[in-house]
Design a binder for this molecule. Sequence first.
Ligand SMILES: NC(=O)c1ccc[n+]([C@@H]2O[C@H](COP(=O)([O-])OP(=O)(O)OC[C@H]3O[C@@H](n4cnc5c(N)ncnc54)[C@H](OP(=O)(O)O)[C@@H]3O)[C@@H](O)[C@H]2O)c1
Length: 238
Amino acid sequence: MNRTLNGGIALVTGAGGGIGGAIATALAGEGMRVWLCGRRRESLEVLAARIQPDRLAGLLAADVTRPADRERIAEVVGARLDVLVHAAGQFQPGSPAEIPAAEMVSLFEVNTIAPLDLTRQLLPALRAARGQVVVLNSTAALRATGPWSVYAATKAALRTLTEGLRDAVNREGIRVLSVLPGRTASPMQARVHEWEGRPYRPERLMQPADVAAMVIAALKLPDTAELTELVVRPRQPG
Ligand SMILES: NC(=O)c1ccc[n+]([C@@H]2O[C@H](COP(=O)([O-])OP(=O)(O)OC[C@H]3O[C@@H](n4cnc5c(N)ncnc54)[C@H](OP(=O)(O)O)[C@@H]3O)[C@@H](O)[C@H]2O)c1
């Protein structure tokens, strides 16, 4: 029997962004009460205005790279969490030949360390719900080349650590899914196109709602199954 999400509690980081916003909206559409987390309260408010009020658990303006903010998130969420989605992330172009150590550390902090440490702090609430964790990774994790290599390394490390997390918490009934999307229309992808000097045509890319639909399908799988990794890309034209 499929799992139902209706009535559960979810937390989405990066909810003010393209993919996080679409997943938060889809979770609310399934009847969950959703915490929206991101640094800029304004972008969370824009999303909140589109979500039915009784499906909104609250807004959490927080920087997930700050340990104090991660502690506050865990405190505010409290005793039970059914679904935790990590969609906060950043892209920075550049190879190790160009990016100074401090900037590399910052990128690892937001893309790699923050989602894992926030999950660790929310484990009691996830255990209570036999919950599910969704980690937005990237197809960049599968190949590291030239100016993509530092970003790709943060995602490759995230992929390995997410597998370690799954190994550790699976027997407690917690499912962990890595999602590796290719190019998806979002503010981040618009910035990538600008850096590449290419015209940005979002309609040609995968849509955040496409990613959200696949995540929802994975979350609703029966308890006897678990999707561990989802690799999705825009359909090639032709
Ligand atoms: N779009 C793509 O083509 C694509 C492809 C593969 C993987 N991904 C991955 O998918 C995830 C979502 O990407 P997206 O395309 O939706 O990007 P996006 O539109 O830029 O959204 C990312 C969100 O993360 C939030 N964020 C960034 N740093 C944060 C921090 N320190 N604390 C809390 N929130 C933070 C940002 O909001 P604030 O600035 O308000 O904090 C932003 O709304 C990322 O992990 C990205 O690497 C995206």
